[in-house]
Design a protein around this ligand. Structure first.
Ligand SMILES: [Ca+2]
Length: 226
């Protein structure tokens, strides 16, 4: 009698191999944690809600089998959630860098500001001036925009702009912020521009450029955002 061909039995799934199906990852949680530790998986893409839902379903089942297993899962899921929360938290780069506190100021002067939070701004900014900020911490997740607190009563046709450079005053700018007339030298506005993604700790150079030599900007502070 001919043997009936049998499909091979499915791989036995060990009790501990609890599989996750998340957008961006499919596999056991301990593998996800290994990859996360080695930064080989994009945690920003993992849905913590989906993780928690699957975790709870597993816990419900595992509770009946082995309490110890459920405890392991709780620890692993908590650790992963903590990792992700670190990714999502704004890093030190959210803090403002006060223009007047720049490590180096070329061609500008500080003055008391009339902006709402007080302190000082730098003024008399014109073509060729610059600021250097040391040790600006952009954090682990990429900073993708610059917000500048600006005031200006610049004349038409000056076309002033802030060029944002990383590590060197002569590197190609990661972004440019054009500065128009805000209605007065103490009429403050927050203006933003996209920048090429930056992570880690760097010196930041703001170089000021314009089509004419007129003063075109008062600057209170800058902030990099994610
Ligand atoms: Ca300031």
């Amino acid at each position: 009698m001919a043997a009936v061909a049998e499909s091979p039995p499915p791989e036995p799934v060990p009790a501990d191999a609890l599989l996750l199906r998340l957008d961006g990852f499919e596999g056991p949680l301990d593998l996800l944690l290994e990859l996360a530790r080695g930064q080989k998986v994009d945690l920003a893409r993992i849905s913590i809600l989906a993780l928690v839902e699957q975790y709870l379903a597993v816990i419900e089942g595992a509770r009946r089998i082995r309490l110890e297993l459920a405890a392991d899962w709780l620890v692993m899921a908590a650790w992963l959630t903590w990792l992700k929360s670190r990714l999502l938290l704004p890093s030190g780069s959210e803090a403002a860098d006060e223009a007047e506190s720049a490590a180096e100021k070329n061609g500008v002067e500080a003055q008391d500001t009339e902006d709402k939070d007080g302190g000082q701004n730098i003024g008399w900014v014109s073509n060729g001036d610059s600021l250097r900020f040391d040790d600006v911490n952009f954090g682990d997740s990429p900073a993708t925009s610059l917000v500048a607190r600006v005031a200006s009563a610049v004349a038409d046709g000056v076309n002033g702009r802030i060029e944002i450079r990383i590590d060197s005053a002569t590197s190609p700018p990661v972004g440019n912020l054009p500065i128009g007339n805000t209605g007065g030298w103490q009429t403050w506005r927050s203006q933003a521009t996209d920048i090429t993604a930056v992570t880690g700790v760097h010196a930041v150079f703001l170089t000021f450029a314009a089509d004419r030599g007129d003063d075109f900007l008062n600057l209170n502070y800058i902030k990099f955002t994610h």
